[in-house]
Design a protein around this ligand. Structure first.
Ligand code: F6R
Length: 607
């Protein structure tokens, strides 16, 4: 996950402009940075891993000649955060420089093809194939623009790309597919950016490059074409009234809400996990004698949900353990036959790393699932997977939770296939359902947000909440509780619905709010009974139920609809969305800042 920026100035040097634009995004915690300019028919470039400050101190990012430049700030997904993996990437002759945001899904095949043609690659990124493909097309005699167009026709996946070429030093060429790219238009300059907040201090006039569009940007001018039929698309700039801070949140008032809304796209990214790594981790899980799923907080809830997935789909029994308890609970029994799948958004949570270190010393196999390539977890893991969510700014984890669930669901499905536990027809059906999950999440966001806001308003003064579910959605109940209590400071707890009679029922009195997560899975009949029982004792029921579920609607005081027909193992991904929104709107209704919960930090790196 990255951001890209470029500028074509009438006068002056582009490098300091690119540098300060990228600096505006630095607080999100990127791991590498790079810039390239063109001057006197030559390409100039500086790049390295580390924060911008550190890279600037080492290389002086302002010291590149030329009025046309591109820049890139990287959050590693393909290839570790190393200098060679930092963008821009160049062709064999160092004539073409490219910055890229997105994922090229067919890069492995294209790379093999280019290597056969004699191209030499310096990085492990998917992006580097782009300058080499353009080079190859130039060699075939195509003009520069045609060479890019031809290149784009070969790419599968999502991309926002900016290209500069030593022999055409007056322009930046950009392409966008399922990504974000905007042109900023000023009197004496034009800018391109994946995050328009980077150019707002220079200009407020912006033109969006839509899906499958191509743009050529020169000083103060731009030309946009549709890739498919090459038709010219006249498009006037719009005035952006947002402040830079608001633009960074894409107009949302808080990062938490922006990141909740990012989920259709972050889930799509998570589903693009590379096959060979999924297969590798699946193979480790398949041959493991015992598997521990170890994590803290939200990541632990992903582990809880996945223990149901592994068991139900692949007949693999796993032990989800809170990392803080792992050494006490399991420490002495860990040995060479143990496999630990550690899940951590940051890859730096001290308790998770301590558990992993303990297991590592006992010769256990360590597998990792994280959002941060290059984090300590990736360094100590035998194999790891990246959830590819990009930076999560809100302290409360939202989009990284659903991305973790998606990758874990993919692992469970692969393992089921490998073990022959589910028929091919069923696997195909479940894979199809998994592909549809981004759309399911989108539907819930589009249709339920207003209702959830109203429900939050109604319940905002309640002093305690209980969340309940059965089966895999017990994990969802735990996550709903955590979201509410961390952003609202309201005591809340989650309990398995079947356990209510073993204690929590004594809490219930008139108007006592209980959130039930009750999609129509195999626990449905029982949960309807649980709801009835609580209702009889005066509880106020907020139900997360499937659309058209009249039985639950009639029982509940308030309900939020999720999509019908989502298989049980995927249901936490959709059912958690209303709970994230509920926590968010409760905080807003109560005048709290959901992005900055008290006493909490994004990564707990000390014990
Ligand atoms: C909750 C939250 C925390 C983290 C926990 C683990 O919204 O963000 O509970 O989930 O601190 O963090 P990672 O996943 O980085 O190990």
């Amino acid at each position: 996950m990255v951001e890209i920026f470029g500028c074509v100035l009438k006068d002056g040097n582009a490098a300091p402009v690119v540098h300060s634009a990228l600096e505006r995004l630095e607080h999100r915690g990127y791991d590498s940075v790079g810039e390239a300019t063109v001057y006197e028919n030559k390409l100039w470039m500086k790049k390295d891993c580390g924060t911008i400050d550190k890279v600037h101190a080492r290389h002086d990012l302002d010291d590149l000649p030329g009025r046309v430049g591109i820049g890139h700030i990287r959050w590693a997904t393909h290839g570790a955060p190393l200098k060679e993996n930092a963008h821009p990437h160049v062709d064999c002759n160092r004539q073409i420089a490219v910055v890229h945001n997105g994922i090229i899904e067919n890069f492995a095949a294209l790379k093999r093809e280019l290597e056969d043609l004699g191209h030499v690659f310096g990085s492990k990124t998917d992006s580097e194939i782009i300058p080499h493909l353009i080079e190859e097309n130039l060699k075939r005699g195509l003009p520069f623009i045609e060479a890019i167009r031809e290149t784009i026709n070969r790419l599968e996946g999502s991309y926002a790309i900016a290209v500069i070429y030593a022999k055409q030093p007056d322009k930046i060429v950009c392409v966008q597919n399922q990504s974000t790219l905007t042109i900023g238009v000023a009197e004496n300059a034009a800018y391109i950016a994946s995050d328009l907040s980077t150019f707002l201090p220079m200009t407020k006039r912006a033109v969006k490059i839509e899906n499958q569009e191509f743009a050529v940007v020169s000083d103060g001018k731009y030309e946009i074409r549709r890739i498919t039929d090459w038709s010219l698309l006249p498009r006037e700039p719009k005035l952006i009234k947002w402040t830079r801070e608001k633009a960074e949140k894409l107009g949302y008032p808080h990062f938490m809400l922006k990141e909740i809304h990012d989920q259709p796209s972050s889930i799509r990214n998570a589903l693009k996990s590379q096959d060979q790594y999924l297969d590798l981790i699946t193979a480790f899980l398949d041959r493991a004698k015992e598997v521990f799923l170890v994590a803290c907080g939200t990541s632990y809830h992903a582990c809880l949900a996945s223990s149901y997935m592994f068991s139900k789909l692949a007949s693999l029994s796993t032990h989800p353990v809170a990392a803080t308890e792992f050494i006490q609970q399991q420490g002495r029994s860990i040995n060479i036959d143990s496999t630990i799948l550690a899940v951590s958004q940051s890859g730096e949570t001290a308790d998770t790393l301590a558990a992993v270190e303990h297991a590592r010393i006992q010769a256990a196999t360590i597998l990792g699932l994280t959002n941060v390539v290059g984090s300590t977890l990736t360094r100590v893991s035998r194999a790891y997977l990246c959830i590819q969510s990009g930076p999560e700014v809100g302290v409360a984890a939202t989009k990284t939770f659903t991305a973790q669930l998606c990758v874990l669901a993919q692992l469970a499905l692969r393992l089921a296939k490998k073990r022959g536990k589910v028929s091919h027809v069923e696997i195909e059906h479940l894979e199809e359902k998994l592909e549809q999950i981004p759309g399911v999440v989108e539907t819930i966001l589009q249709t339920q947000e207003d209702r959830i806001r109203k429900i939050a308003r109604k319940y905002r003064d309640k002093g305690f909440f209980l969340f309940s579910g059965r089966g895999i959605n017990l994990a969802t109940a735990f996550e709903g509780t955590l979201k509410l209590l961390e952003t609202n400071y309201i005591p809340s707890m989650a309990f398995p619905a079947g356990e209510m009679e073993h204690g929590p029922i004594s809490l219930v009195e008139q108007g006592f709010p209980i959130v039930f997560i009750c999609p129509r899975d195999e626990t449905y009949e029982k949960i309807v009974e649980d709801i009835r029982e609580m209702k009889d004792r005066g509880a106020s029921i907020i139900a997360i139920a499937e659309e058209g579920d009249e039985e639950i609607k009639a029982l509940a005081d308030d309900y939020i609809e999720v999509v019908k027909g989502v298989p049980e193992f995927l249901s936490p991904i959709m059912c958690v969305i209303p709970l994230q929104l509920f926590a968010y709107y409760m905080a807003v209704e109560r005048g709290l800042d959901p992005d900055r919960p008290r006493h909490l930090t994004k990564a707990v790196t000390v014990k």
